[in-house]
Write a protein that binds this ligand. Structure first.
Ligand SMILES: *Cc1c(COP(=O)(O)O)cnc(C)c1O
Length: 440
């Protein structure tokens, strides 16, 4: 009784004082806002003791469960020595070690790390760095960027300019620099009888035609490798990345891989672009890198790019900073996360777990309302046949009633669970999703 009063009060205070992200606040007149008191493993517990299986890893950030004892311990230890120091003119062990280990994860191909606090800022940095590189190389006309149709790269103005989401674009268009979009290799768009591979190759040809015309003013192509997340978990063949790499090289255009969602093992390899056997010029990483604990993002680049900024002239240096650049606590959480990857051989373990969840989800794939069930690594998605424009919100509410946190994108339902999801939790996720599909 008392807890219920407490949670009601918390909800009222939240709605009165907090402007929630990506939300038409008026919807909370009827949509439940969930007051979370604590988390443990894959579970979130609300103030009334109800639990929810976090099947979307709290917006794709959590890897090893909430309140992971190992990450907690690493953070506690870090707190005893240093919480934060400015990174301009100063350095510290966690940021150095993290940079070294991330560079090693790329086989040394991307030898320098630049830090920020969120994904959108990492995208801004990659775009600015690419432009500034070309400027330093005597090619200042390369000021434009190309992205894929249906891409999502974040919501600050620069990131939004290369994001292709109708709703955002229509609203904020007057504020945005112009960018170009080329066909997405999303295999759902292939013609009847055309394989994902053939379709990827056809889209790469379209990219080639675009860059043939616009190479002079194009600084970079930015892509979400293998999976375009926010616009509906579009999945595509790695062949597109191989061809895009070759085309970008041919026309002297940078390739930026936005691994903010796909990185940290989400697609089955530590970085998604590894599956294409390519090296990007810039790599953006955030979300899972701290295990879902603290805001941190990284832009990694080749030493050759770094060298193009190395000079006596201040204006040839990269002009960018954030107050919390390279925050020591966030870097420590990232190091603890990388430790878990190594100690638990997570990439290998996830292969079996991915196969297990795919097998368990077969009844979902075969459900009469479900179309285009698909999987890459630790991401599953499918479309649900519905005429209801309110499908996503209703599904979300129905899932909450069944102890599931699922947040469809339009009529696309997806699972992106923490990697620590176990057998029983997989069963629960599948059976309760089926129960929702079987209502109305
Ligand atoms: C989430 C996301 C971003 C933006 O990251 P924020 O931390 O939310 O700013 C950029 N790109 C991709 C692919 C993402 O999934």
């Amino acid at each position: 009784m008392q807890t219920s009063t407490h949670s009601d009060l918390l909800l009222k205070r939240s709605l009165a004082a907090v402007w929630h992200p990506c939300t038409q606040m008026k919807q909370h007149e009827w949509l439940p806002l969930v007051p979370v008191a604590r988390g443990e493993g894959c579970w979130l517990y609300d103030c009334d003791g109800r639990r929810y299986l976090d099947a979307i890893s709290s917006w794709w950030v959590n890897l090893f469960g909430h309140c992971n004892p190992r990450i907690n311990a690493a953070l506690r230890a870090q707190l005893e020595s240093l919480e934060h120091v400015l990174l301009a003119g100063f350095s510290h062990e966690p940021v150095v070690e993290l940079s070294e280990r991330l560079a090693r994860a790329t086989g040394g191909a991307l030898g320098h790390c630049f830090y920020a606090s969120d994904g959108a800022s990492a995208v801004e940095i990659a775009l600015k760095m690419s432009f500034h590189y070309w400027r330093n190389c005597g090619r200042p006309a390369k000021t434009r960027f190309v992205s894929l149709a249906g891409s999502y790269h974040g919501e600050t103005l620069g990131a939004l300019a290369v994001t292709d989401v109708r709703l955002f674009k229509d609203t904020y268009a007057p504020l945005l620099m112009t960018s170009s979009q080329v066909a997405s290799p999303d295999w759902r768009l292939a013609e009847q009888g055309e394989s994902a591979l053939d379709y990827a190759a056809r889209c790469a040809q379209a990219l080639g035609r675009h860059l043939e015309q616009h190479q002079g003013e194009t600084a970079a192509l930015i892509v979400e490798p293998l999976v375009q997340g926010a616009t509906g978990m579009a999945m595509y063949d790695a062949e597109y990345l191989r061809r895009a790499r070759a085309i970008c090289d041919h026309y002297a255009v940078h390739l930026i891989v936005d691994e903010i969602m796909t990185g940290c093992g989400r697609t089955g390899t530590f970085f998604a672009h590894e599956q294409a056997g390519i090296t990007p010029d810039f790599l953006c990483l955030s979300k899972g890198i701290t295990g879902g604990y603290l805001p941190l993002s990284v832009v990694m680049t080749r030493d050759a790019v770094y060298q193009a900024f190395y000079d006596e002239a201040v204006t040839r240096g990269f002009l960018h900073s954030h107050s919390y650049t390279g925050n020591a606590l966030a870097c420590r959480a990232a190091l603890a996360t990388l430790d878990i990857f190594e100690q638990d051989r997570v990439i290998e373990a996830n292969r079996a777990k991915s196969a297990r969840l795919t097998a368990a989800a077969r009844p979902i794939a075969q459900h009469p309302r479900v179309k285009q069930f698909r999987n890459t690594g630790m991401i599953w998605a499918f479309e649900v046949e519905t005429a209801d424009p309110e499908f996503a919100r209703k599904f979300f509410a129905q899932a909450l009633e069944r102890e599931l946190l699922l947040r469809p994108l339009g009529n696309t339902v997806y699972f992106m669970p923490p990697y620590v999801i176990d057998e029983d939790e997989i069963e629960l996720l599948v059976s309760r999703t089926l129960a929702i599909l079987d209502t109305d």
